[in-house]
Design a protein around this ligand. Structure first.
Ligand code: NAD
Ligand code: TDX
Length: 342
């Protein structure tokens, strides 16, 4: 693909915030593999980042700038040099937001505000990456799924901060004409996800012979999508999405947490009796489910990973092969959970 035309101006270098995180780094790989675009990553390298995830990429295609999305001077300089930006940077873990919400407000709300002001000054095309959690939750037996018209109803400090950032984007589009789009995606899985999150925590417990720890009754439903499918959808929206629009991203992957853990136990040759039920998450959302028909019909997108159990098996293999990467973080991650009876 030659230099892209994203809106009014030709673009050959895009800015990706949070590009050293789980999904952001996957997106950077996706862009390098599938386009001629070059990428500047802006990432603060918090505990959740993995420099290793983007280290192997060619230096002439990917540059890392270590810095904060809430640093207005730095952001203004970067936006003056780029015509398009994709905003992944965030504090992203619900359990952390219940422990200490402050960084969630600072990065997710003040950080997004800082980018919007720079996008406004420099007329930069912006894609804002958000989550289905802004819609709250659904009952287990509700036939409905989330759509672009579902009212916002966030439950946790994390999802409220993401909802706040979405509202800022919508207001900057309407009041200032910022050329922005928003996507709200369901739960991602795949390589480089921090071991604080559900699937990697369960896999690394099983590697260690420790029981998987399931919150509450384990019947909560998440709608799983491979991170690479999230990336392809974001790139499609950046290239072809209509400014001012929101697109929901999902791959019809609804599973209860117990179904996911049972599939993992099977992959490790272990019995379902090994599951340990632990203290539930405060305000724990019951079910998320995405209706992604608008994205599929309007932009012709579809997911590549259609078989969740096969994707899960690949992910288990990846974590087995990358123990050097996650092992140094396992003890501290488990100590955080143990202190909460989880
Ligand atoms: P992550 O926690 O793995 O990565 C976040 C990245 O942002 C890290 O590299 C971190 O260093 C960086 N970052 C944090 N604060 C920063 C700051 N102030 N300035 C610059 N960089 C900063 O998160 P993720 O799971 O990859 O999620 C990426 C985005 O996708 C988030 O906006 C999240 O809300 C959204 N999202 C995630 C999921 C999911 O299942 N993980 C689903 C839907 C949407
Ligand atoms: O040890 C655990 N045991 C457990 O039962 C952990 C860490 C989680 N869970 C449950 C809680 C949820 O029902 O598993 C489910 C998934 O939990 P997380 O991986 O923490 O994800 P979730 O809270 O659903 O949020 C994720 O998807 C939406 C991402 O972390 C968010 O960034 C994204 O916006």
């Amino acid at each position: 693909m030659a230099a892209e035309k994203l809106g009014s101006r030709p673009v050959d270098r895009i800015l990706v915030t949070g590009g050293a995180g789980f999904i952001g780094s996957n997106f950077v790989h996706h862009v390098v593999r599938n386009t001629d675009l070059s990428v500047t990553v802006l990432d603060k390298l918090t505990y959740a980042a993995s420099r290793e995830a983007i280290d192997a990429l060619p230096e002439d295609r990917v540059e890392l700038v270590v810095g904060d999305v809430a640093d207005a001077t730095l952001v203004d300089k970067l936006f003056s040099d780029h015509d398009a930006a994709v905003h992944f940077a965030a504090e992203s873990h619900n359990d952390n937001s219940l422990h200490d919400p402050a960084p969630f407000i600072q990065t997710n709300i003040v950080g997004t505000f800082t980018l919007l002001e720079a996008a406004r000054r420099h007329d930069v095309r912006l894609h804002h990456v958000s989550t289905d959690e802004v819609y709250g939750d659904l009952d287990l037996d509700d036939p409905k799924r989330f759509t672009e018209d579902t009212p916002y109803n966030p439950s946790s400090p994390y999802s409220a901060s993401k909802a706040g950032s979405d509202h800022l984007v919508r207001a900057w589009v309407r009041s200032f004409g910022v050329r922005a789009t928003i996507s709200n995606c369901s739960n991602n899985y795949g390589p480089w996800q921090h071991i604080e999150k559900f699937i990697p925590r369960m896999i690394t417990n099983l590697v260690d012979g420790v029981p998987p720890k399931v919150y509450g009754d384990g019947l909560n439903v998440r709608d799983w999508i491979h991170a690479d499918d999230h990336s392809s959808a974001v790139l499609r929206i950046l290239e072809q999405g209509r400014v001012g629009e929101t697109y929901l991203i999902g791959a019809d992957g609804e599973r209860t947490n117990l179904q996911v853990v049972t599939a993992l136990l099977r992959l490790f040759g272990r019995s379902e009796d090994d599951i340990e039920f632990v203290t539930d998450r405060a305000g724990h959302d019951r079910r998320y489910a995405i209706e992604s028909g608008k994205l599929r019909a309007e932009l012709g997108w579809s997911p590549r990973f259609q078989d969740f159990e096969a994707g899960l098996a690949d992910t288990v293999d990846w974590y087995r092969r990358h123990e050097d990467w996650w092992r140094p973080h396992k003890q501290a991650t488990e100590a955080f959970y143990a202190a909460k009876g989880q």
